[in-house]
Design a protein around this ligand. Structure first.
Ligand SMILES: Cc1ncc(COP(=O)(O)O)c(C=O)c1O
Ligand SMILES: N[C@@H](CCCC[NH3+])C(=O)O
Length: 378
């Protein structure tokens, strides 16, 4: 879409490039299929209907973290046999939803949760298929707020709890353990944490096999990062390298299926946030570009000090200036970036904030009674 067409739309809006998404999905699928790997899309990254529909049509499974996400996946046509349901705090109502639809797997994060699922399944006369989410204590080397696989994190069952869990398993008549599940964190750009994860998974897998517990699938989670710095140079993550690491270091048994739950790497770079400059305000040390989009449309910079590439789409100036790019919300942390180099910017210019396809629109809030923003598709 040309800039002249873009500026016909009311700002701020989320812009999705569905053709680019399709290319990304094809690349991911092609490289996963080389090794017979299955991909579940992590709905939490983006639940836009057209995005979900495209992903479902490509034959990916769904990874959900709430009853509503399970219902959404079903509504969009994902088969229950392709739906995994994770999360540390599943409510009884949410567990019922999963049971009613006979989903592929509840990814269980504690023995307490397994007890409750067993109880509810018994009342429903069902056997729930579960994967044990194990905390591998592997450092994902990412932002501390999106690290999930360390013992200090709330996620998963720790290695030292396993012996007692296994002893109790025979009491749970309405549970069938079908898989082991791992997820060490998000926006991981080095392959070393994934290699370390494989080593831990092999140890856990052997541990279960030695005890004659038959594990049908290993779910390695998601976490592959995208290039936020240069979204236009390397928009599609290196799926070949990523799956290659697992192919090289993971030692599954021949019958074991390998699953992944990718979110950001699939949808992150298909979206951007388009906003208009309301004011350019001169400060003592810095000049502020004040946008009509704020942390209510994209919270990642405020929440994780995340970097998103910012571009002025309409300035024709040849001079470059440094600005703090901020939003209109009553919070000092409502800032998209400090000392951002942009073409000289004025009121009315259109600004593109790149790579907002994952954890952008889904994390929007109504704070300050902000309106819900429209979506435009390329
Ligand atoms: C259990 C689980 N699976 C999958 C994902 C998707 O992660 P990502 O978007 O980093 O691929 C997450 C989010 O971090 C998660 O918590
Ligand atoms: N919302 C986070 C990722 C969370 C991943 C879910 N465990 C982000 O924007 O980076």
């Amino acid at each position: 879409m040309k800039v002249e067409e873009l500026i016909l739309h009311k700002t701020p809006f989320y812009l999705y490039d569905l053709e680019f998404l399709e290319n990304t999905l094809d690349t991911a699928k092609l490289n996963a299929e080389k090794h017979n790997y299955h991909i579940h899309y992590a709905l939490k990254a983006n639940t836009n209907d057209r995005i979900l529909k495209l992903i479902q049509e490509k034959g990916l499974g769904a990874d959900c973290v709430s009853g509503n996400e399970v219902l959404k996946a079903l509504e969009m046509g994902f088969s229950p046999t392709q739906i995994a349901f994770a999360g540390v705090g599943k409510s009884d109502e949410e567990i019922l939803i999963g049971l009613e639809h006979d989903i592929f797997s509840f990814n269980c994060e504690s023995i307490q949760e397994i007890e409750v699922i067993n109880e509810i399944a018994e009342k429903q006369n069902k056997v729930a298929k579960i994967a044990l989410r194990l905390n591998p204590n592997v450092d994902a080397k990412t932002h501390k707020h999106i690290t999930t696989g360390l013992e200090e994190n709330k996620f998963g069952i720790n290695g030292w709890e396993l012996e007692s869990l296994i002893e109790q398993l025979p009491n749970f008549k309405n549970i069938e353990v079908t898989g082991l599940h791992f997820h060490i964190g998000s926006q991981i750009t080095s392959m070393t944490p994934f290699k370390n994860l494989c080593i831990r998974v092999n140890e856990f897998n052997n541990w279960f096999l030695e005890r004659n517990i038959h594990i049908q699938h290993l779910n390695l989670g998601g976490g592959l990062g995208i290039d936020y710095q240069n979204p236009e140079e390397s928009p599609i993550p290196d799926f070949e390298l990523f799956f290659g690491v697992f192919n090289q270091f993971l030692e599954p048994r021949p019958h074991q299926e390998i699953h992944f739950e990718l979110g950001r790497s699939l949808v992150g770079n298909c979206g951007s946030l388009i906003s208009k400059v309301l004011y350019v305000k001169n400060g003592i040390k810095t000049n502020f570009v004040i946008l009509d989009a704020g942390m209510t449309e994209l919270i990642r910079p405020a929440l994780y000090q995340a970097y998103h590439h910012i571009e002025n789409l309409t300035s024709s100036s040849s001079s470059l200036e440094f600005y703090d790019v901020v939003g209109p919300i009553c919070e000092s942390s409502d800032c998209f970036g400090k000392k951002i180099e942009l073409q000289e910017t004025k009121r009315g210019d259109y600004i593109k904030i790149h790579s907002t396809g994952a954890y952008g629109e889904v994390m929007a809030s109504k704070y300050n009674l902000r309106e819900q923003n429209p979506v435009v598709y390329l």
